[in-house]
Design a protein around this ligand. Sequence first.
Ligand code: GDP
Ligand code: MG
Length: 391
Amino acid sequence: SKTAYVRTKPHLNIGTMGHVDHGKTTLTAAITKVLSARGTGTFVPFDRIDRAPEEAQRGITINIAHVEYETDTRHYAHVDMPGHADYVKNMVTGAAQLDGAILVVSALDGIMPQTAEHVLLARQVGVDHIVVALNKADAGDEELTDLVELEVRDLLSAHGYGGDSAPVVRVSGLKALEGDPRWTGAIEALLDAVDTYVPMPERYVDAPFLLPVENVLTITGRGTVVTGAVERGTVRVGDRVDVLGGLGTDTETVVTGLETFGKPMESAQAGDNVALLLRGVPRDAVRRGHVVAAPGSVRPSRRFTAQVYVLSAREGGRTTPVATGYRPQFYIRTADVVGDIDLGEAAVARPGDTVAMTVELGRDVPLEPGLGFAIREGGRTVGAGTVTAVA
Ligand code: GDP
Ligand code: MG
């Protein structure tokens, strides 16, 4: 029989944020190098992170690189995103799922526009803890670096992050990557700061179970299996669950099997990638975009209000405004559904604007305030938003 999955350390999702060229990818590679020397990770070189292929994740084509590593106390999935548009898409739709962030600021350049925007985005999407890596400290002048540190603390305070108490660690991703002991020590200090300053997000585990379905498979003789990442809560073999998707096939069933990476497990929790075997659910009654959730915990609906950022042309968005009556595709969790927008009195939104809108979807989808989504048109992302209220 297969070896069961053993959970040894709590799991968190973190990521690097900050202005282009401030050293996010170099730092990410350096972290994996330092931890591989400690024996709790695998070194991922710069080239492999920076040349991450475009992945289809949660139905949105996004550029995102994941690396995994462990400290003494925790298991981390760490995301590094190449461009500013990727931050907007991944953070606003919740695809990045950050429990905490490492804000990378070059000690040579200080705060730049994307530094400030990422802090603002982090606040909007509910990232509550930011640890600062003052990078390129190898090349920086001490007094100038002191000034940059003050400036960063002020920026954090301006967005409610407690700039006085946030850890600010002077690092050199580049020198640490070269194995310079002074700077590998600085990376250790940064990781200790992340371990102690970013708390475990217990709310996800305590919330009612929800899994957005990414894939559906049939295992001959056993039945229908759905796969995906647990968004919140926990689930055990034997639990009753609802399968919801707005196709008129919503059904209540029982989880009869649970696996992660091919290993059986008794209980899965928020953040885990799992396969659920569902009792008596026909193959065509569930598909990508549905959710499996604790009975009665979510309600599909088709009308909601949202706050939406319309991507600028520079970010790959539209060159022309959108108006009431515009009918793009909405990517909500793993669902892909058409929707009509109503901009109310504003009537028109230009690329680069952040606007309030009412959306009428083509079918019912499980929705709730705070849920992120992307807006796509002709194969590209043109907007990113958050549900503010469900009608
Ligand atoms: P990203 O765009 O934020 O991911 O930045 P990269 O990691 O691609 O780094 C941008 C540039 O800064 C590259 O030329 C790096 O070699 C350089 N760089 C990164 N970290 C450091 C550092 O700690 N010290 C110095 N001197 N240069 C660095
Ligand atoms: Mg990079």
